[in-house]
Design a protein around this ligand. Structure first.
Ligand code: G4P
Length: 532
């Protein structure tokens, strides 16, 4: 740690997100992390929210009743002398661009895998997004209290599917009913698993034994002990060793095993975060006197990675979530957007597990909620000088495309305004076909489209249906001017513009994109577009 970082408030920040395929145990792990850190006292608080989130109608109802659902977006807790900001990455039906973009605000991630299933499709996608910024990933293999894949198979699965080196930090003994605990490869201790009773103190530490045949014999059979010893030897000889630099560069993931539901391995995971997870780092940015915003810089600067809108049509309030990159933010500060708008941030919100509190001060790594009336857009940078523009807040190519069809064609202008405004907010993306002028709405999750339709009707009073578009895949296109012109000319009817005027190729399938790539090797087809 550099001298400037020593003792600095920002250097205590660890901002992270948990990523997983649905049902791997993200909600359960979140809850047990908060329990282990003492941020909540009772099991069930986060769970209830997770369940509510599962059905779309409940989700919308909650939004409406509470106005804005901010409480689950960021949770702050202290542990091991550090201050953690856990960012919520919705992972069920409400999977959306927010999920992706939230990762741009995290300094590291925990990847939860179901021990019986290994790497699943959604995990793959989320890791792909982490890779855009080389976010360090720590792996928690969950549900060891159920029948699991063999640990070496799980390690291979991570390496093969995610192209990440996987360094086991622990090695489990059995799984399901035969799960006895994990060997800590670093300390050479065995951490014993005992199924917790109903009344057990969640903070009760697991018993640690020496990793010797004699000690192990007291809790497992000779055969199991031998199997474990062999497994540990194999892990030490064959598997990649943990390397802190490689982890921080996003090339290697340390692997831990446990059961979130049985509160086993959660404390070890937290301790690992304390030990190895990085704090805020320099963020590439343009417009200022240098190429990066550093957390120790005096000037306050941050970027908006998510907008949460009030579902109440009578209130156009929105909360913009800003991740601070530098400086010490104080309530009442005047900040400017990179588009030159000035705003006084008099009522920012800081988030805690149970409550939200008015923030007085916040530091690099922290997230604050800024209520506003539609001034702020996803991707905006706010700073004292207004000069900075943080790079790397991408738009992701939509996986669902819908054509907006008006009931009353005279409302075309209104529809344009409504769709543009919602696209600026990041609810969905908007594309306009160059030929014919049709509006296509794009999203990475189906709920985004439903929310859009509901809001167009409720807030703008426009009746619109979203029907399947004749395209399936959208890619931003770039390349030398003449080549680009030639490409656009050849594909006139399939070219659209996004809300910033960037060119987008609408293809009928991923196959068509590959085919076009072969035919036009000088054109780049982009799955993510950075806002400039
Ligand atoms: P998610 O947020 O990633 O979607 O997963 P969630 O935590 O909701 O967990 C999905 C299911 O897996 C839940 O069961 C949960 O209780 C279970 N689960 C999570 N961690 C563990 C674990 O370590 N061991 C075992 N055995 N199960 C685990 P459910 O039946 O879908 O929900 P519920 O009825 O228990 O609430």
């Amino acid at each position: 740690m550099s001298d400037t970082a020593k003792g600095a408030e920002w250097a205590r920040r660890r901002t992270f997100a948990i990523i997983s395929h649905p049902d791997a145990g993200k909600t359960t792990l979140t809850e047990n992390i908060l329990l282990a850190a003492g941020a909540i006292r009772l099991a069930g608080q986060v769970r209830a929210r997770g369940q509510n989130r599962r059905t779309q109608s409940d989700w919308m109802k909650i939004e409406r009743e509470r106005g804005i659902s901010v409480s689950a977006s960021v949770m702050t807790f202290e542990y091991g002398g550090l201050l953690f900001n856990l960012l919520d990455t919705p992972g069920h039906e409400d999977f959306s661009e927010d999920t992706y973009r939230t990762l741009t605000a995290a300094d590291s991630a925990i990847m939860v895998l179901d021990a019986a299933k290994g790497v699943e499709p959604r995990t793959l996608k989320l890791v792909e997004v982490c890779r855009l910024r080389d976010i360090p990933i720590l792996t928690f293999i969950n549900k060891m209290d159920r029948e699991a894949m063999d640990p070496s198979e799980l390690i291979d699965d991570i390496q093969d599917k995610l192209a990440l080196d996987a360094a086991p930090m622990q090695w489990p003994s059995g799984s399901g009913n035969r799960f006895k605990g994990v060997a800590d490869l670093k300390t050479g201790q065995f951490i014993r698993y005992e199924r917790p009773g109903e009344d057990d103190d969640p903070e009760k530490a697991s018993e640690r034994l020496a990793l010797s045949n004699e000690a192990l014999a007291s809790i497992m059979g000779a055969e199991e002990a031998e199997e474990l010893t062999e497994g540990v030897e194999l892990a030490r000889e064959v598997c990649v060793d943990f390397n802190a630099q490689s982890y921080r560069e996003g090339h290697l993931t340390p692997v831990y095993f446990g059961s979130a539901l049985r509160q086993f391995g959660v404390r070890e995971l937290l301790d690992a975060l304390v030990e190895i997870a990085p704090g805020p780092e320099a963020q590439p940015a343009i417009g200022g006197p240098k190429a990066e915003l550093e957390p120790s810089d005096k000037e306050v600067a941050g970027f908006v990675f998510k907008i949460q809108a009030n579902m109440d049509p009578n209130h156009r309030d929105r909360v913009a979530f800003m991740r601070l990159c530098s400086g010490t933010f104080r309530r009442g500060m005047k900040l400017k957007t990179d588009a030159g708008k000035t705003m006084t941030v008099s009522n920012p919100i800081l988030f805690f597990a149970q409550d939200r509190e008015i923030a007085d001060t916040a530091y690099a790594g922290d997230v604050i909620g800024i209520p506003n009336h539609g001034v702020l857009r996803v991707g905006d940078t706010l700073s004292e000088s207004g000069k900075w523009q943080v790079a790397g807040i991408p738009n992701f190519a939509p996986e669902l495309l819908r054509r907006a069809r008006l009931k009353d064609p005279l409302k075309a202008k209104h529809l344009k305004k409504a769709l543009e405004s919602l696209a600026e907010e990041g609810v969905t993306q908007l594309f306009r076909m160059q030929v014919g002028g049709d509006f296509l709405v794009g999203a990475v999750g189906a709920l985004q489209i439903d929310v859009m339709a509901e809001r167009v009707a409720a807030e703008y009073g426009i009746e619109v249906t979203f029907e399947p578009a004749p395209y399936d895949t959208a890619r931003w296109i770039a390349g030398p001017r003449d080549k680009l012109e030639a490409f656009v000319d050849r594909h006139k009817s399939a070219i659209a513009e996004d809300i910033d005027g960037a060119l987008v190729f609408m293809a009928k399938s991923a196959w068509e994109v590959n085919y076009s790539q072969e035919k036009f090797p000088d054109i780049t087809f982009l799955k993510a577009k950075e806002r400039r």
